[in-house]
Write a protein that binds this ligand. Structure first.
Ligand code: C2E
Ligand code: MG
Ligand code: MG
Length: 404
């Protein structure tokens, strides 16, 4: 409706609404149809339960999608419906409308055109609202902290790098997983400041960690003399105006020589602007920052686009690893990803390695490194120091050599 107004003017938009109203009247001759505003309508069905209402609503939607021609312009309209019932869902108009709205938004954002309101939906919405409100002040209230997960070289068994993962501890919501709040932080723009916090804090903590390590002469369990520090970067951050400048400042002023920064990006960046991504990633590379493609295999990248971008590492998504020892299809996929890596000379890291069987299969298939609970869960900085100090290289090296 909005695009009809924008492209063809309000007069055409009005005619379109009149036609939609006609179709509503045809489909619901004995019900009350009201226009709420804009392109939103209320259908008040009397004495009907969900079972009777749904077929009528479905029939209406299929009628609505039939092409509408106005002054030789063809429109194709789609509708989303949220359904609430009196008295089950509420006994006031406000309450019923509020809940119908929640169900309607869910219908808009999911693949189903009609969503029946449920209390779970209400709880999800309330959680979302609280999350959004709390997220706005989380940084100033010092509610975020970082954990680090070691990545292990599959050949030597030594620590190849660390991935920084954010954690949020909120007084109302408790510990909230990043999968639950990163997308909200992206949608609200908070991800820019949160991302900066992650970079600042992890560089500070890991610089300090390196100093402590050198003192304890424990550096030998590291793969190289430098620590590879990987940080997850959202597309919004990457495409933000000062990102490259900010990163070059980090690389020069705040990164000691023994820390190598890697940014982990996801394939969603390919649907935005490949050319822009290419130039940003190349500039980062020029600053000595490495680029890792996270959750590889789950998104939108094509082989040709990978080849065009400066990529230093592919991370196989953990969803492919979890059943690698049971599902031959998952194994074939992982084998293909490893061979893509080999043919482009890009090392491959497997995420979510939880069992010895998975590690053994990945080793046999020449996967370059592992990350997962088998080696370590993500650790707070103090725990990481303990982990590294106690890292039993001998045992691990034995395990690795026995698998070759
Ligand atoms: P990711 O970057 O793919 O991180 C790997 C996720 O797998 C982490 O979840 C990690 O805790 C989990 N994981 C590691 N090993 C295992 C394992 O053996 N088994 C299982 N089941 N899981 C394992 P986490 O920490 O919950 O993070 C989820 C996602 O949130 C991350 O996926 C990343 O996309 C995003 N994220 C985390 N921290 C940040 C951040 O600082 N900035 C941004 N933009 N995104 C972040
Ligand atoms: Mg990652
Ligand atoms: Mg990942």
């Amino acid at each position: 409706f909005k695009s009809a107004n924008d492209c063809h003017g309000h007069r055409i938009g009005d005619l379109l609404l009149i036609e939609v109203t006609e179709r509503l009247k045809q489909s619901f001759p004995s019900d009350i149809v009201l226009r709420l505003g804009g392109d939103e309508f209320i259908i008040l069905m009397l004495n009907e339960d969900e079972k009777d209402a749904l077929p009528k609503l479905k029939h209406f939607l299929s009628n609505l999608t039939k092409t509408i021609s106005i002054q030789d312009i063809d429109f194709s309209i789609k509708g989303s419906i949220g359904l609430t019932q009196y008295p089950k869902d509420g006994d006031s108009v406000d309450e019923l409308l509020r809940k119908a709205d929640i169900a309607m938004y869910e219908a808009k954002h999911s693949r189903t055109d009609i969503v029946v309101f449920s209390s779970t939906l209400d709880e999800q919405q309330k959680f979302k609202n609280t999350l959004e409100t709390e997220l706005a002040t989380a940084l100033e209230n010092d509610e975020f902290f970082l954990v680090y997960q070691p990545q292990i070289n599959a050949t030597t068994g030594k620590i190849k790098g660390l991935e920084t993962l954010i954690r949020w501890d909120n007084k109302k919501l408790g510990l909230v997983a990043p999968d639950q709040f990163i997308s909200t932080a992206e949608a609200t723009g908070h991800i820019i400041d949160i991302g900066q916090f992650v970079l600042n804090q992890s560089l500070k903590e890991i610089s300090d960690f390196c100093i402590k390590l050198e003192k304890a002469t424990e550096l030998s369990c590291l793969d190289k003399e430098e620590v590879n520090l990987s940080v997850n970067i959202s597309v919004q951050q990457l495409f933000h105006d000062d990102f490259v400048q900010m990163m070059s400042r980090y690389a020069h002023d705040q990164t000691p020589d023994n820390i190598r920064l890697t940014v982990e990006i996801t394939e969603s960046l390919f649907i935005d602007d490949l050319e822009k991504a290419k130039s940003i990633l190349s500039e980062l590379r020029n600053q000595g920052i490495l680029i890792s493609l996270d959750d590889f295999g789950t998104g939108y990248s094509s082989l040709s686009s990978i080849n065009q971008l400066p990529i230093d590492e592919l991370k196989v998504d953990k969803s492919f690893i979890s059943d690698i020892d049971h599902y031959s299809q998952d194994l074939s996929l992982v084998q293909s990803i490893i061979s893509i890596g080999k043919s482009l000379s890009i090392p491959v890291v497997a995420e979510g390695v939880e069992t010895e069987e998975q590690a053994a299969i990945l080793s046999e298939n020449h996967c370059d490194s592992f990350q997962g609970y088998l080696f370590s869960k993500p650790l707070k900085i103090d725990e990481l120091l303990e982990f590294v100090k106690n890292y039993n290289k001998k045992a691990n090296l034995q395990y690795f050599s026995s698998n070759f």
